[in-house]
Structures are given as structure tokens and as C-alpha cells.
Design a protein around this ligand. Structure first.
Ligand code: ATP
Length: 235
């Protein structure tokens, strides 16, 4: 579904992503593990057209999107849920959600259907629909951020560290929700530092260090790998 070939991204002279090859399969959850500063957010911004690679190619569903604009990329169904949620705290939950449907705004019935789907995935958001997004708990705000991304009707959903800053029980629920979103047909690329929870739900995993892929493969095998256990799970 998504193929990155030798993608390199720089900030000035600094190479943040260095000849990265990644391949995603339809219907799967792929996890991209990496510590702070490894380059996960840079890679996601590149996939969604906010940054341009200096070299390499990105093919999404057979189409070269390396130089496409963010709005075109969203329309194709590649949708980015950013790190740190990036909500509009003074707007209501429902208005934040509706902003996610911006590219489909003319299809009013479709937007309404998508909103219903988000409310059935996260019933608490229906109860809080008219509350200011900034008044919600961290876990609820993360639901709004994911819900807003779902409003854009992703075929491939990029989730940048959705577990960041959440309590352990909420983190567990977040991974369960991601598995449910995937089970209903959405392909997921998940950037995480929480290796244990992410590897448990993933079909494939890549480990990014200083902008390079240093390990990749079956999540169960990576969970058993000493280097991964020491660096990412603390065992
Ligand atoms: P985090 O989990 O902390 O967000 P990350 O894996 O997402 O980390 P990035 O934010 O992609 O990492 O950062 C990768 C590298 O690029 C880091 O060394 C960072 O300091 C650098 N970097 C990020 N944004 C910029 C920028 N706008 N200008 C210059 N360097 C940047």
C-alpha cells in the first residue's frame, strides 16, 4: 500500500531521515519504534506532504506522492493524526471532529455518517460533543484527535505517538481501539516509544534510530530480541 524507497529528509545540513526504505501492506498495522529524536515525526510529516524529501520516492497505492500537496494526500486517503493531538482547545469536541472532514465537506450525508461512526467508537465523545475540547482529559483528547483523523476517511492512518503522556490503563485502551480501527479495514502506521503495547498489536515493525532503519521484521521476534528489550522495554 505504501512504499518508501531511499527517502532522505534534511533540515538544512542535518539529515533527519537517511535513505529509509519502508513497505506497508494493506490491512496491516505497522509500528515504527524509535526514541525521542529518532525521526518518527519527520517521517510522518514527509508522508503527509508537510516536508519534502531531498531524495527518494514515496508510492501510495501505486501513485507517486513524493511531491504531492498535503490536501491531495488527504484526499487520496492518507491521513495523519499528529503527535500531541493538536486540537483547537476552545472549540467544541464536535467542531474539532468536523474539521477532520474538511476535504469531504460537500458530502454532508457522508460527514454525518463518519461522525456517527466516531461516536460509536468513542461513546464518551457523544456525551461531550458540545464541551470545549480543552476541558477533556488527556485520554479523551487523544480520542478526539483520532476521531478527527477518522473523519477524513483514511485508508491509511498515520498515528504519531498516541500513547504519549497517558496513564497506563488509558494506554492499554488506546492500543485496543487502534486494533479495532484496523480490524474494521483501515491500514495503520503507528509511531511509538511504547514498544511493548505497540508490538503486541502490530503485524510488522521497524526500528528507527537517528534517522535510519536499524531493525525490521516480525513484532513477536523483535519483542524477544535482546537489543529491543534492553533499549525499548527496559528488560
Ligand atoms: P519525538 O518523539 O521527540 O517527537 P521523533 O522521533 O519524532 O522524536 P523528530 O521530531 O522527527 O523525531 O526529530 C528528528 C530529528 O530532527 C531530531 O534530531 C530533531 O532535533 C530534528 N528536528 C526536528 N524538527 C526540526 C526542525 N524543524 N529543524 C531542525 N531540526 C529538526
Amino acid at each position: 500500500m505504501l512504499q518508501l524507497d531511499a527517502v532522505t529528509v534534511r533540515y538544512g545540513n542535518f539529515t533527519a531521515i537517511d535513505r529509509v526504505d519502508i513497505s506497508l501492506t494493506h490491512g496491516e498495522i505497522t509500528v515504527l519504534l524509535g526514541a525521542n529524536g529518532a525521526g518518527k515525526t519527520t517521517l510522518f510529516k514527509t508522508l503527509s506532504g508537510l516536508l519534502r524529501p531531498v531524495s527518494g520516492t514515496i508510492i501510495f497505492d501505486g501513485r507517486d506522492i513524493t511531491r504531492s500537496k498535503p490536501t491531495e494526500i488527504v484526499r487520496l486517503g492518507l491521513v495523519h493524526c499528529p503527535e500531541g493531538r493538536k486540537l483547537f482547545p476552545a472549540l467544541s469536541v464536535e467542531k474539532n471532529l468536523l474539521l477532520g472532514a474538511y476535504v469531504h465537506a460537500r458530502d454532508k450525508a457522508g460527514v454525518q455518517r463518519a461522525l456517527e461512526e466516531v461516536y460509536s467508537l468513542f461513546p464518551i465523545l457523544r456525551d461531550k460533543a458540545q464541551d470545549e475540547a480543552g476541558s477533556l482529559s488527556g485520554g479523551q483528547q487523544q480520542m478526539v484527535a483520532i476521531g478527527r483523523a477518522l473523519m477524513a476517511r483514511p485508508r491509511l492512518l498515520l498515528l504519531d505517538e498516541p500513547s504519549l503522556g497517558l496513564a497506563p490503563l488509558v494506554v492499554k485502551q488506546m492500543f485496543e481501539v487502534i486494533a479495532r480501527i484496523n480490524a474494521s479495514g483501515t491500514t495503520v502506521l503507528l509511531a511509538e516509544q511504547n514498544a511493548y503495547g505497540a508490538l503486541k498489536i502490530a503485524h510488522k515493525a521497524y526500528i528507527l534510530e537517528q534517522g535510519r532503519i536499524i531493525l525490521q521484521g516480525d513484532p513477536q521476534k523483535l519483542l524477544a530480541d535482546d537489543r529491543v528489550r534492553r533499549a525499548y522495554i527496559g528488560i
